[in-house]
Design a protein around this ligand. Structure first.
Ligand code: IVH
Length: 676
């Protein structure tokens, strides 16, 4: 080929690459497979290498492997990236350990914990295939992340290749991208804090921009590993070091609550001398087999928690007390205070929790108070300085009306058999304050997860009458939005895409999104596994079927009287029924897939009564579900097996099972059946 032909070929290939890129990143509809795309890219890079005169302008090589991206490609995580539960004090930490002992039925065992600093940065996942870095994702919503491989590759602390003679074929390393406090000083004009700066740089469209910023990386965990050959978290951490990752030097192994407390105090005292921000210590059960047994709740593992540092306090004065209305109608009193800085953040609101708390602390307007802020939790009023109280101050009288004007009342709690501390407005969607909060819940990450439709936008669209009920979200007039200040073509286009994508929602997310009180993510999953499809679910909207369905819900393990009466109350309001009905017509609700495990217990309904010796009830439940079985909460004809533990089984249940000729197993017979 002569020079002319080479140039021609090069330009043709580059043009093709840009076209594919546009379809892939901007239109979200790739024209060719990933491997073909990479092949083409590599051919161009090779041409540039062999014939450097091609690299005059817009060279592919200079763009660290990929052309400038407009939008990151979304990729599903091979294993969900969970978040962590929080603990704020010694009691919380003890509760966390107790829960673990109970779940595993290992009372009095002193557990080993891998203790790791909780770096305040941005988490990232790196996948190595045969030692080669092939995938790099942001956390995203935990289920789906963004492809930020090219940006991650610019970070020096991240090995691009791992050498080890015994390396799993697939190895996903997870860790935290951060900016050192000193490095941050050089760029602080542009960002609020180091965490923000790290996030911003990592999501730069142009990897060249990312490269300019001094990002660092601490590795701390794993996602998918195949084959899995490690036995403990500490063993994995030492491998990380061997492979060339930077692991935090303060990571140690501790046993039992005393060592935990000692280590926590020690790190808290040196916290400010570190060159990076930390907001607590993560304690992880060291034994990976125990981690596996413990498993996860919806959002966080049972085997780890973040033990945060003690909260920061400040003194201020109460200027006003207002009430806020939550999506369940709960009325929360909030103190408007003289703005003060607490832990680097300016605070002008602090929660007073509820009417009883105000009474107990005798909080009054004009009082001088101590407020505290712990982690990302809402700041709260902790105490009142009575010495500074003005003589003419008057007791605070809690309003008896909601902001919407209707009477607010305390309800009787079915499980505690006491009156609630919280007053509620029970107008549901008829209270515009509740309605707005419900909309905010609907668009939230765990529900419809609509990017670009955050709380502030809901407030704005509410005021403009664009969104008044959930279905309005899917009928927005984008031409009107385009005319608003602050909305450009691109942001409107992105919003449109996000809303379109949100129309495809799983049944469990949909049930959670509706916002029935007492139906959180876990319960929504249980309900979804019962209803299976939106069509089946829709029967609950019909008065004639509702009572029968509610009766059946009694069978579900995890759904009790509180949840059932809450579901009943919700759907007994016609307005709720209308709103949900209309919303359904806008959506494509996917049938519940569950974990879809097939195993020894597929299509088998199991129930437990009495305590077991070897495992806890919760673990028995998980075990059953992992083998494809379903755990029921009551004895009925649907039940196939009743497993009776030795400790205080319910006689009535056994009798009823016998009557219905249901198979009855002892704990040991049950293990034999399962082959464990
Ligand atoms: S473990 C499943 N370890 O904290 C366990 N997380 O609130 C989840 N983080 O998203 C992660 N340092 O961004 C873990 N040593 C550490 C960590 C750590 C910082 C962050 C991470 C995660 C968040 C969870």
């Amino acid at each position: 080929m002569n020079k002319q032909d080479i140039k021609k070929k090069y330009n043709k290939q580059k043009k093709l690459l840009f076209k594919y890129n546009h379809h892939y990143f901007n239109l979200d509809s790739p024209l060719i497979s990933d491997s073909k795309f990479d092949q083409l890219k590599n051919e161009i890079i090779k041409l540039e290498k062999d014939f450097p005169y091609l690299r005059k302008n817009n060279s592919i090589t200079d763009q660290v492997g990929a052309p400038v991206l407009k939008k990151f490609k979304k990729i599903k995580h091979a294993k969900q990236m969970l978040s962590l539960s929080n603990t704020f004090d010694s009691k919380g930490m003890k509760d966390f350990i107790n829960k673990i002992s109970n779940y595993l039925n290992l009372k009095n065992k002193i557990f080993d914990f891998s203790s790791e600093l909780k770096i305040d940065g941005i988490s990232a996942s790196l996948t190595y295939e045969n030692g080669l870095l092939i995938k790099g994702l942001s956390r995203g919503d935990g289920v789906t992340g963004e492809d930020i491989l090219e940006n991650l590759k610019t970070i020096k602390d991240i090995p691009k290749k791992i050498y080890d003679d015994k390396l799993p074929k697939i190895l996903e390393v997870r860790g935290e991208v951060y900016i050192g406090k000193n490095d941050f000083k050089k760029i602080e004009k542009n960002f609020a804090n180091p965490r923000n700066a790290a996030g911003g740089s990592l999501r730069q469209k142009d990897p060249k921009e990312t490269k300019k910023i001094p990002l660092k990386f601490f590795a701390y965990g794993f996602g998918v590993i195949n084959p899995m050959i490690y036995k403990t978290q500490s063993e994995f951490i030492s491998k990380l070091k061997k492979w060339g990752f930077i692991v935090n030097p303060y990571n140690i192994l501790v046993s039992g609550i005393n060592e935990i407390e000692k280590h926590h105090k020690n790190i808290e005292s040196l916290r400010h001398s570190l060159d990076y921000d930390i907001d607590g210590i993560v304690f992880k059960i060291n034994d990976l087999n125990l981690q596996k047994r413990l498993g996860n709740t919806s959002n966080s593992p049972r085997w780890a928690t973040a033990y945060k540092f003690s909260s920061e306090k400040a003194i201020s004065v109460i200027k006003d007390i207002v009430i806020q209305v939550g999506r369940t109608g709960a009325i929360t009193p909030v103190a408007k205070i003289e703005p003060v800085t607490v832990g680097g953040v300016v605070v002008s609101n602090a929660t007073l929790h509820n009417e009883d708390e105000i009474k107990r602390k005798d909080v009054r307007l004009g009082d001088t108070i101590v407020i505290q802020r712990a982690g990302d939790v809402i700041p709260q009023v902790v105490s009142v300085n009575l010495q500074k109280r003005k003589k003419n101050s008057k007791k605070y009288i809690f309003p008896n009306k909601c902001l919407c004007g209707s009477i607010i009342q305390k309800e009787f709690n079915l499980s505690t058999k006491k009156e609630d501390a919280v007053r509620r407005c029970n107008k549901g969607y008829d209270c515009s304050f509740i309605a707005k909060e419900r909309l905010k819940h609907i668009v939230s990450k765990e529900a419809f997860n609509i990017d670009g439709l955050g709380k502030k936008v809901i407030d704005q669209f509410w005021k403009l009458n664009f969104i008044k009920k959930p279905s309005d979200i899917f009928e927005l007039d984008f031409d009107k939005i385009k005319k608003l200040e602050g909305w450009g073509d691109l942001s409107v286009e992105n919003l449109k895409t996000a809303i379109d994508q949100a129309k495809n929602i799983s049944l469990n997310r949909f049930i959670y999104a509706i916002g029935v009180r007492h139906i959180g993510q876990e319960n929504a999953k249980i309900l979804a596994s019962f209803f299976k499809s939106a069509n089946q679910f829709a029967y609950i909207l019909k008065q004639a079927h509702r009572d029968d369905i509610l009766k059946n819900l009694n069978d579900l393990d995890g759904i009790g009287e509180t949840q059932i009466s809450s579901i009943k109350n919700f759907f007994n309001k016609n307005k709720n029924v209308e709103i949900v009905q209309k919303l359904i017509t806008k959506l494509n609700i996917q049938d519940f897939k569950g974990t879809n495990v097939k195993g020894k217990l597929s299509n088998i309904n199991v129930m437990f009564t009495g305590g077991f010796e070897k495992i806890s009830r919760s673990e028995a439940k998980t075990l059953t579900e992992n083998l494809g079985g379903k755990v029921l909460g009551s004895v009925s004809k649907k039940l196939n097996i009743l497993v009776v533990g030795n400790s205080k089984p319910t006689k009535k249940k056994i009798e009823k099972a016998k009557e219905l000729k249901i198979k009855i197993y002892s704990e040991n017979e049950w293990y034999k059946l399962l082959n464990i």
